[in-house]
Design a protein around this ligand. Structure first.
Ligand code: PLP
Length: 449
Protein backbone atom coordinates (compact mmCIF):
# COMPACT_ATOMS: atom_id res chain seq x y z
CA UNK A 1 0.00 0.00 0.00
CA UNK A 2 1.38 3.40 -0.90
CA UNK A 3 0.73 6.08 1.65
CA UNK A 4 0.06 9.67 0.73
CA UNK A 5 2.19 11.19 3.48
CA UNK A 6 0.86 14.73 3.22
CA UNK A 7 -2.76 13.62 3.28
CA UNK A 8 -2.32 11.24 6.21
CA UNK A 9 -0.38 13.86 8.15
CA UNK A 10 -3.11 16.42 7.61
CA UNK A 11 -5.90 14.01 8.56
CA UNK A 12 -3.99 13.13 11.71
CA UNK A 13 -3.32 16.72 12.73
CA UNK A 14 -6.97 17.60 12.18
CA UNK A 15 -8.50 14.67 14.00
CA UNK A 16 -6.29 12.71 16.42
CA UNK A 17 -6.02 13.80 20.04
CA UNK A 18 -2.57 12.42 20.79
CA UNK A 19 -1.76 11.24 24.32
CA UNK A 20 1.03 12.96 26.23
CA UNK A 21 1.49 15.63 23.56
CA UNK A 22 1.62 19.43 23.83
CA UNK A 23 -1.59 20.01 21.91
CA UNK A 24 -0.95 23.56 20.75
CA UNK A 25 2.61 22.85 19.64
CA UNK A 26 1.28 19.93 17.64
CA UNK A 27 -1.66 21.85 16.16
CA UNK A 28 0.54 24.75 15.08
CA UNK A 29 3.25 22.55 13.59
CA UNK A 30 5.91 23.43 16.17
CA UNK A 31 6.38 19.72 16.87
CA UNK A 32 6.77 19.04 13.16
CA UNK A 33 4.77 16.58 11.12
CA UNK A 34 3.49 13.40 12.72
CA UNK A 35 5.80 10.43 12.22
CA UNK A 36 3.83 7.88 10.26
CA UNK A 37 5.16 4.53 11.42
CA UNK A 38 4.57 2.02 8.68
CA UNK A 39 6.41 -1.26 9.24
CA UNK A 40 8.57 -3.05 11.77
CA UNK A 41 10.97 -5.99 11.79
CA UNK A 42 13.04 -7.27 14.71
CA UNK A 43 14.22 -4.25 16.71
CA UNK A 44 13.60 -1.75 13.90
CA UNK A 45 10.67 0.30 12.70
CA UNK A 46 10.36 2.19 9.45
CA UNK A 47 8.45 5.38 8.78
CA UNK A 48 6.53 6.29 5.64
CA UNK A 49 9.52 8.27 4.33
CA UNK A 50 11.58 5.07 4.39
CA UNK A 51 13.65 6.10 7.44
CA UNK A 52 14.68 3.19 9.62
CA UNK A 53 14.93 3.65 13.37
CA UNK A 54 16.26 1.25 15.97
CA UNK A 55 13.55 1.01 18.58
CA UNK A 56 15.57 1.09 21.78
CA UNK A 57 12.36 1.30 23.78
CA UNK A 58 10.30 -1.57 22.26
CA UNK A 59 7.43 0.84 21.58
CA UNK A 60 6.58 1.62 25.19
CA UNK A 61 8.56 -1.25 26.75
CA UNK A 62 6.13 -3.70 25.24
CA UNK A 63 7.15 -5.24 21.91
CA UNK A 64 9.29 -7.80 23.72
CA UNK A 65 9.39 -10.44 20.96
CA UNK A 66 10.27 -7.79 18.39
CA UNK A 67 8.32 -6.57 15.37
CA UNK A 68 7.06 -8.65 12.49
CA UNK A 69 6.71 -12.04 14.17
CA UNK A 70 4.63 -13.90 11.64
CA UNK A 71 3.64 -16.71 13.99
CA UNK A 72 1.89 -14.21 16.26
CA UNK A 73 0.16 -12.55 13.31
CA UNK A 74 -0.94 -15.98 12.08
CA UNK A 75 -2.30 -16.98 15.50
CA UNK A 76 -4.31 -13.74 15.58
CA UNK A 77 -5.60 -14.28 12.08
CA UNK A 78 -6.51 -17.94 12.72
CA UNK A 79 -8.51 -16.96 15.78
CA UNK A 80 -10.21 -14.05 13.98
CA UNK A 81 -11.35 -16.37 11.19
CA UNK A 82 -12.48 -19.07 13.62
CA UNK A 83 -14.17 -16.90 16.24
CA UNK A 84 -13.38 -13.18 16.41
CA UNK A 85 -15.20 -12.65 19.67
CA UNK A 86 -17.20 -14.12 22.42
CA UNK A 87 -17.44 -12.79 25.97
CA UNK A 88 -16.30 -14.55 29.10
CA UNK A 89 -19.20 -13.51 31.35
CA UNK A 90 -21.22 -16.15 33.23
CA UNK A 91 -18.84 -19.05 32.63
CA UNK A 92 -18.31 -18.71 28.87
CA UNK A 93 -14.82 -19.37 27.62
CA UNK A 94 -12.68 -20.26 24.62
CA UNK A 95 -9.94 -22.84 24.33
CA UNK A 96 -7.25 -20.15 23.93
CA UNK A 97 -8.45 -18.34 27.06
CA UNK A 98 -8.55 -21.45 29.24
CA UNK A 99 -5.11 -22.57 28.00
CA UNK A 100 -3.61 -19.11 28.59
CA UNK A 101 -5.04 -18.83 32.10
CA UNK A 102 -3.80 -22.27 33.11
CA UNK A 103 -0.40 -21.33 31.79
CA UNK A 104 -0.28 -18.00 33.65
CA UNK A 105 -1.37 -19.56 36.94
CA UNK A 106 1.43 -22.13 36.58
CA UNK A 107 4.16 -19.66 35.61
CA UNK A 108 3.26 -16.86 38.04
CA UNK A 109 5.18 -16.37 41.26
CA UNK A 110 3.62 -16.86 44.68
CA UNK A 111 0.51 -18.96 44.11
CA UNK A 112 -1.69 -16.93 41.86
CA UNK A 113 -5.06 -18.60 41.78
CA UNK A 114 -7.16 -16.83 39.13
CA UNK A 115 -6.67 -14.43 36.22
CA UNK A 116 -9.02 -11.52 35.53
CA UNK A 117 -8.52 -9.95 32.09
CA UNK A 118 -8.62 -6.39 30.85
CA UNK A 119 -7.19 -4.45 27.93
CA UNK A 120 -4.57 -2.16 29.48
CA UNK A 121 -2.30 -1.81 32.46
CA UNK A 122 -4.45 1.07 33.69
CA UNK A 123 -7.69 -0.90 33.76
CA UNK A 124 -5.95 -3.90 35.34
CA UNK A 125 -4.76 -1.67 38.19
CA UNK A 126 -8.26 -0.22 38.43
CA UNK A 127 -9.43 -3.82 38.90
CA UNK A 128 -6.76 -4.41 41.56
CA UNK A 129 -8.05 -1.47 43.60
CA UNK A 130 -11.63 -2.71 43.35
CA UNK A 131 -10.48 -6.20 44.35
CA UNK A 132 -8.80 -4.77 47.45
CA UNK A 133 -11.97 -2.91 48.41
CA UNK A 134 -14.23 -5.90 47.66
CA UNK A 135 -11.93 -8.25 49.59
CA UNK A 136 -11.98 -6.05 52.68
CA UNK A 137 -15.74 -5.51 52.48
CA UNK A 138 -16.22 -9.27 52.39
CA UNK A 139 -13.87 -9.66 55.36
CA UNK A 140 -15.96 -7.21 57.38
CA UNK A 141 -13.26 -4.51 57.26
CA UNK A 142 -15.11 -1.73 55.45
CA UNK A 143 -12.62 0.97 56.48
CA UNK A 144 -9.52 -0.83 55.20
CA UNK A 145 -9.52 0.85 51.80
CA UNK A 146 -6.56 3.21 51.41
CA UNK A 147 -3.95 2.22 48.88
CA UNK A 148 -0.35 3.37 49.22
CA UNK A 149 1.79 3.85 46.16
CA UNK A 150 5.21 5.47 45.73
CA UNK A 151 6.28 8.89 44.54
CA UNK A 152 7.43 8.46 40.94
CA UNK A 153 5.56 5.15 40.63
CA UNK A 154 3.63 4.77 37.37
CA UNK A 155 0.48 2.67 37.37
CA UNK A 156 -1.57 4.14 34.55
CA UNK A 157 -3.73 7.16 33.85
CA UNK A 158 -7.34 6.13 34.56
CA UNK A 159 -9.03 7.49 37.67
CA UNK A 160 -7.70 5.08 40.29
CA UNK A 161 -4.53 4.00 38.49
CA UNK A 162 -3.77 7.63 37.63
CA UNK A 163 -4.15 8.45 41.32
CA UNK A 164 -1.72 5.67 42.18
CA UNK A 165 0.76 7.16 39.73
CA UNK A 166 3.07 9.27 41.86
CA UNK A 167 3.96 12.16 39.55
CA UNK A 168 2.05 15.37 39.99
CA UNK A 169 1.90 16.29 36.30
CA UNK A 170 -0.33 13.26 35.75
CA UNK A 171 -2.72 14.68 38.37
CA UNK A 172 -2.69 18.39 37.65
CA UNK A 173 -5.88 19.77 36.14
CA UNK A 174 -7.42 16.28 36.17
CA UNK A 175 -8.74 16.40 39.76
CA UNK A 176 -6.48 13.59 40.89
CA UNK A 177 -5.41 11.91 43.09
CA UNK A 178 -8.45 10.41 44.79
CA UNK A 179 -8.35 10.88 48.56
CA UNK A 180 -8.05 7.13 49.20
CA UNK A 181 -4.71 6.94 47.43
CA UNK A 182 -1.57 7.93 49.37
CA UNK A 183 2.09 8.12 48.37
CA UNK A 184 5.28 7.22 50.17
CA UNK A 185 8.94 7.95 49.36
CA UNK A 186 10.59 6.76 46.17
CA UNK A 187 13.37 4.17 46.64
CA UNK A 188 15.98 6.03 44.60
CA UNK A 189 19.29 5.86 46.42
CA UNK A 190 21.11 8.36 44.17
CA UNK A 191 18.73 11.21 44.99
CA UNK A 192 17.33 10.13 48.33
CA UNK A 193 20.26 8.84 50.40
CA UNK A 194 21.53 10.86 53.33
CA UNK A 195 25.28 11.49 53.60
CA UNK A 196 27.10 8.31 54.59
CA UNK A 197 23.99 6.13 54.35
CA UNK A 198 24.37 2.66 52.79
CA UNK A 199 21.76 1.23 50.39
CA UNK A 200 20.60 -1.16 53.11
CA UNK A 201 20.18 1.69 55.59
CA UNK A 202 18.36 3.78 53.02
CA UNK A 203 15.99 0.87 52.27
CA UNK A 204 15.32 0.41 56.00
CA UNK A 205 14.58 4.13 56.29
CA UNK A 206 12.07 3.96 53.42
CA UNK A 207 10.42 0.93 55.11
CA UNK A 208 10.28 2.82 58.43
CA UNK A 209 8.62 5.77 56.65
CA UNK A 210 6.03 3.39 55.22
CA UNK A 211 5.46 1.94 58.67
CA UNK A 212 5.00 5.46 60.09
CA UNK A 213 2.53 6.35 57.34
CA UNK A 214 0.44 3.23 57.99
CA UNK A 215 0.51 3.88 61.76
CA UNK A 216 -0.48 7.52 61.26
CA UNK A 217 -3.35 6.68 58.94
CA UNK A 218 -4.38 3.74 61.13
CA UNK A 219 -3.63 0.17 59.99
CA UNK A 220 -7.37 -0.56 59.86
CA UNK A 221 -7.73 2.00 57.08
CA UNK A 222 -4.91 0.78 54.80
CA UNK A 223 -5.81 -2.00 52.37
CA UNK A 224 -2.88 -2.31 49.99
CA UNK A 225 0.51 -1.16 48.81
CA UNK A 226 1.30 -1.09 45.10
CA UNK A 227 4.77 -0.97 43.56
CA UNK A 228 6.66 -1.81 40.41
CA UNK A 229 9.48 -4.26 41.17
CA UNK A 230 11.68 -1.86 39.19
CA UNK A 231 10.40 1.70 38.95
CA UNK A 232 9.72 2.26 35.24
CA UNK A 233 8.29 5.46 33.83
CA UNK A 234 9.38 7.35 36.96
CA UNK A 235 12.98 6.89 35.79
CA UNK A 236 13.92 3.21 35.24
CA UNK A 237 15.30 2.78 38.74
CA UNK A 238 16.07 -0.63 40.22
CA UNK A 239 15.40 -0.83 43.95
CA UNK A 240 18.33 -0.29 46.32
CA UNK A 241 19.73 -3.35 48.11
CA UNK A 242 17.40 -4.68 50.78
CA UNK A 243 14.39 -2.60 49.71
CA UNK A 244 11.79 -5.29 49.12
CA UNK A 245 13.15 -7.34 52.04
CA UNK A 246 12.50 -4.33 54.30
CA UNK A 247 9.10 -3.33 52.86
CA UNK A 248 7.34 -6.69 52.95
CA UNK A 249 7.43 -7.35 56.73
CA UNK A 250 5.86 -3.92 57.29
CA UNK A 251 2.96 -4.86 55.01
CA UNK A 252 2.53 -8.27 56.64
CA UNK A 253 2.59 -6.70 60.12
CA UNK A 254 -0.31 -4.43 59.22
CA UNK A 255 -2.28 -6.93 57.12
CA UNK A 256 -1.79 -4.79 54.01
CA UNK A 257 -1.98 -6.53 50.63
CA UNK A 258 0.94 -6.22 48.23
CA UNK A 259 0.17 -5.54 44.56
CA UNK A 260 3.18 -6.06 42.29
CA UNK A 261 2.74 -3.99 39.15
CA UNK A 262 4.61 -6.16 36.66
CA UNK A 263 3.30 -4.38 33.57
CA UNK A 264 6.89 -3.71 32.44
CA UNK A 265 8.83 -6.31 34.41
CA UNK A 266 6.57 -9.28 33.60
CA UNK A 267 7.74 -11.85 31.03
CA UNK A 268 11.47 -11.49 31.18
CA UNK A 269 12.59 -7.86 31.11
CA UNK A 270 14.69 -8.00 34.31
CA UNK A 271 16.32 -11.30 33.34
CA UNK A 272 13.85 -13.32 35.42
CA UNK A 273 10.39 -14.24 34.14
CA UNK A 274 8.84 -11.85 36.69
CA UNK A 275 10.40 -8.96 38.59
CA UNK A 276 8.90 -10.46 41.74
CA UNK A 277 11.12 -13.52 41.31
CA UNK A 278 14.12 -11.31 40.65
CA UNK A 279 13.73 -9.38 43.89
CA UNK A 280 12.15 -11.98 46.18
CA UNK A 281 8.76 -10.25 46.22
CA UNK A 282 5.76 -12.27 47.40
CA UNK A 283 2.75 -10.38 46.06
CA UNK A 284 -0.90 -11.04 46.82
CA UNK A 285 -1.96 -9.56 43.48
CA UNK A 286 0.05 -9.10 40.26
CA UNK A 287 -0.71 -6.77 37.35
CA UNK A 288 0.45 -7.77 33.87
CA UNK A 289 -0.01 -6.24 30.40
CA UNK A 290 2.50 -5.12 27.72
CA UNK A 291 4.78 -8.21 27.40
CA UNK A 292 1.82 -10.58 27.81
CA UNK A 293 1.05 -10.14 24.12
CA UNK A 294 4.15 -8.11 23.22
CA UNK A 295 1.57 -5.47 22.25
CA UNK A 296 0.34 -7.51 19.26
CA UNK A 297 -3.12 -7.16 20.85
CA UNK A 298 -4.25 -5.06 23.85
CA UNK A 299 -4.50 -7.48 26.76
CA UNK A 300 -3.85 -7.11 30.47
CA UNK A 301 -4.66 -9.02 33.60
CA UNK A 302 -5.02 -8.80 37.33
CA UNK A 303 -3.61 -12.04 38.72
CA UNK A 304 -5.38 -12.87 41.96
CA UNK A 305 -3.50 -14.74 44.67
CA UNK A 306 -5.02 -17.62 46.64
CA UNK A 307 -5.38 -15.60 49.83
CA UNK A 308 -7.57 -12.99 48.14
CA UNK A 309 -9.46 -15.38 45.88
CA UNK A 310 -10.50 -17.63 48.78
CA UNK A 311 -12.25 -14.69 50.44
CA UNK A 312 -13.99 -13.76 47.17
CA UNK A 313 -15.31 -17.28 46.68
CA UNK A 314 -16.30 -17.73 50.32
CA UNK A 315 -18.34 -14.50 50.19
CA UNK A 316 -20.21 -15.33 47.00
CA UNK A 317 -23.25 -16.87 48.66
CA UNK A 318 -23.69 -13.67 50.61
CA UNK A 319 -23.05 -11.04 47.94
CA UNK A 320 -23.94 -12.78 44.70
CA UNK A 321 -22.07 -12.56 41.43
CA UNK A 322 -18.68 -10.85 41.11
CA UNK A 323 -20.08 -7.80 39.34
CA UNK A 324 -17.05 -6.51 37.49
CA UNK A 325 -15.97 -7.15 33.92
CA UNK A 326 -15.40 -5.61 30.51
CA UNK A 327 -16.96 -6.51 27.18
CA UNK A 328 -13.46 -7.48 26.10
CA UNK A 329 -12.37 -9.35 29.27
CA UNK A 330 -10.68 -12.51 28.03
CA UNK A 331 -10.91 -11.54 24.36
CA UNK A 332 -10.16 -14.69 22.35
CA UNK A 333 -7.89 -12.91 19.86
CA UNK A 334 -5.90 -11.45 22.74
CA UNK A 335 -5.63 -14.89 24.32
CA UNK A 336 -4.46 -16.42 21.03
CA UNK A 337 -1.88 -13.63 20.65
CA UNK A 338 -0.66 -14.16 24.23
CA UNK A 339 -0.30 -17.92 23.75
CA UNK A 340 1.72 -17.40 20.58
CA UNK A 341 3.90 -14.76 22.29
CA UNK A 342 4.48 -16.92 25.37
CA UNK A 343 5.51 -19.79 23.08
CA UNK A 344 8.25 -17.51 21.72
CA UNK A 345 9.22 -16.18 25.16
CA UNK A 346 9.69 -19.75 26.40
CA UNK A 347 11.20 -21.30 23.28
CA UNK A 348 13.72 -18.51 22.75
CA UNK A 349 14.35 -18.12 26.50
CA UNK A 350 13.89 -14.36 26.34
CA UNK A 351 14.31 -14.00 30.11
CA UNK A 352 17.70 -15.70 29.69
CA UNK A 353 18.52 -13.37 26.80
CA UNK A 354 17.54 -10.37 28.93
CA UNK A 355 19.87 -11.67 31.64
CA UNK A 356 22.83 -12.35 29.39
CA UNK A 357 22.56 -9.63 26.75
CA UNK A 358 21.21 -7.33 29.47
CA UNK A 359 24.41 -7.70 31.55
CA UNK A 360 26.42 -6.83 28.43
CA UNK A 361 24.15 -3.86 27.74
CA UNK A 362 24.46 -2.50 31.30
CA UNK A 363 28.25 -2.85 31.15
CA UNK A 364 28.43 -1.07 27.78
CA UNK A 365 26.22 1.80 28.97
CA UNK A 366 28.33 2.25 32.11
CA UNK A 367 31.59 2.10 30.20
CA UNK A 368 30.58 4.72 27.66
CA UNK A 369 28.59 7.13 29.85
CA UNK A 370 29.23 6.86 33.57
CA UNK A 371 32.32 9.08 33.65
CA UNK A 372 30.93 11.91 31.52
CA UNK A 373 30.79 15.22 33.40
CA UNK A 374 27.04 15.67 32.76
CA UNK A 375 26.11 12.12 33.80
CA UNK A 376 25.00 11.59 37.39
CA UNK A 377 24.02 7.94 37.25
CA UNK A 378 23.89 5.05 34.82
CA UNK A 379 21.57 2.34 36.12
CA UNK A 380 19.42 -0.57 35.12
CA UNK A 381 18.76 -4.27 35.28
CA UNK A 382 18.32 -6.83 32.51
CA UNK A 383 17.12 -5.05 29.41
CA UNK A 384 15.97 -1.83 31.03
CA UNK A 385 18.47 0.94 31.55
CA UNK A 386 18.77 4.68 32.10
CA UNK A 387 21.28 7.49 31.96
CA UNK A 388 20.49 10.41 34.25
CA UNK A 389 22.00 13.77 33.30
CA UNK A 390 22.91 16.38 35.89
CA UNK A 391 24.25 19.92 35.76
CA UNK A 392 26.72 19.32 38.57
CA UNK A 393 27.92 15.81 39.15
CA UNK A 394 29.88 16.57 42.31
CA UNK A 395 27.05 18.36 44.09
CA UNK A 396 24.23 16.31 42.55
CA UNK A 397 22.48 19.28 41.05
CA UNK A 398 19.82 18.97 38.37
CA UNK A 399 19.68 20.94 35.17
CA UNK A 400 17.11 23.71 34.97
CA UNK A 401 13.98 21.85 33.68
CA UNK A 402 13.39 24.68 31.18
CA UNK A 403 16.53 23.53 29.34
CA UNK A 404 14.83 20.19 28.58
CA UNK A 405 18.21 18.47 28.47
CA UNK A 406 16.80 14.92 28.48
CA UNK A 407 14.38 15.69 25.63
CA UNK A 408 17.14 17.29 23.57
CA UNK A 409 19.51 14.37 24.02
CA UNK A 410 16.71 11.96 23.09
CA UNK A 411 15.93 14.02 19.98
CA UNK A 412 19.62 14.01 18.96
CA UNK A 413 19.74 10.20 19.30
CA UNK A 414 16.62 9.93 17.20
CA UNK A 415 18.15 12.09 14.49
CA UNK A 416 20.97 9.53 14.42
CA UNK A 417 18.51 6.65 14.06
CA UNK A 418 17.89 5.50 17.63
CA UNK A 419 14.77 5.76 19.76
CA UNK A 420 15.79 6.18 23.40
CA UNK A 421 13.03 7.73 25.47
CA UNK A 422 13.29 11.01 27.34
CA UNK A 423 11.64 9.88 30.54
CA UNK A 424 8.92 12.27 31.75
CA UNK A 425 10.50 12.96 35.15
CA UNK A 426 13.99 14.51 35.21
CA UNK A 427 16.67 14.48 32.53
CA UNK A 428 16.76 10.78 31.89
CA UNK A 429 17.39 8.83 28.71
CA UNK A 430 15.65 5.46 28.97
CA UNK A 431 16.32 2.20 27.16
CA UNK A 432 14.18 -0.93 27.01
CA UNK A 433 14.86 -2.67 23.70
CA UNK A 434 12.93 -5.74 22.57
CA UNK A 435 14.05 -8.80 24.52
CA UNK A 436 15.22 -10.46 21.29
CA UNK A 437 18.04 -7.90 20.94
CA UNK A 438 21.47 -9.41 20.26
CA UNK A 439 24.88 -8.33 21.58
CA UNK A 440 25.75 -6.95 18.13
CA UNK A 441 22.56 -4.87 18.16
CA UNK A 442 23.36 -3.66 21.68
CA UNK A 443 26.73 -2.47 20.39
CA UNK A 444 24.93 -0.62 17.62
CA UNK A 445 22.52 1.01 20.12
CA UNK A 446 25.28 2.10 22.49
CA UNK A 447 27.41 3.39 19.60
CA UNK A 448 24.56 5.63 18.39
CA UNK A 449 23.36 6.75 21.85
N1 PLP B 1 1.77 0.00 35.13
C1 PLP B 1 3.01 0.19 34.69
C2 PLP B 1 4.15 -0.27 35.53
C3 PLP B 1 3.24 0.80 33.46
O1 PLP B 1 4.49 1.00 33.04
C4 PLP B 1 2.14 1.20 32.68
C5 PLP B 1 2.34 1.84 31.37
O2 PLP B 1 3.43 2.21 30.99
C6 PLP B 1 0.86 0.99 33.18
C7 PLP B 1 0.70 0.38 34.40
C8 PLP B 1 -0.34 1.43 32.41
O3 PLP B 1 -0.51 0.63 31.32
P1 PLP B 1 -1.40 1.13 30.08
O4 PLP B 1 -0.67 2.25 29.46
O5 PLP B 1 -1.51 -0.10 29.22
O6 PLP B 1 -2.71 1.53 30.63
Amino acid sequence: MTINIGEIGEKDRNSVLHPFTQLKDFATGKLGDPTIVETGKGIRIQDANGNQLIDGFAGLYCVNVGYGRTEVAEAISRQAYRLAYYHSYAAHTTDELAILSDRLVKMAPNKMSKIFYGMSGSDANETQAKLVWYYNNLRGKPNKKKIISRERGYHGCSVISGSMTGMSFYHDHMDLPLPRILHTGVPHFYWGAQPGETEQEFSKRRAAELDDLIQREGPDTVGAFIGEPVLGTGGITPPPAGYWEAIQPVLRKHDVLLIADEVITGFGRTGSMFGSQHYGIEPDLITIAKGLTSAYFPLSAAMVGEKVYEVLEAGADRVGAFSHGYTYSGHPIGAAAANAVLDIVEREDLAGNAREVGAFFQAQLKEKFSQLPIVGEVRGVGLMGAIEFVADRNNRKRFDPMLKVGARISKAARDRGLIARAMPHGDILGFAPPLVVTKAEVEEIVAIA
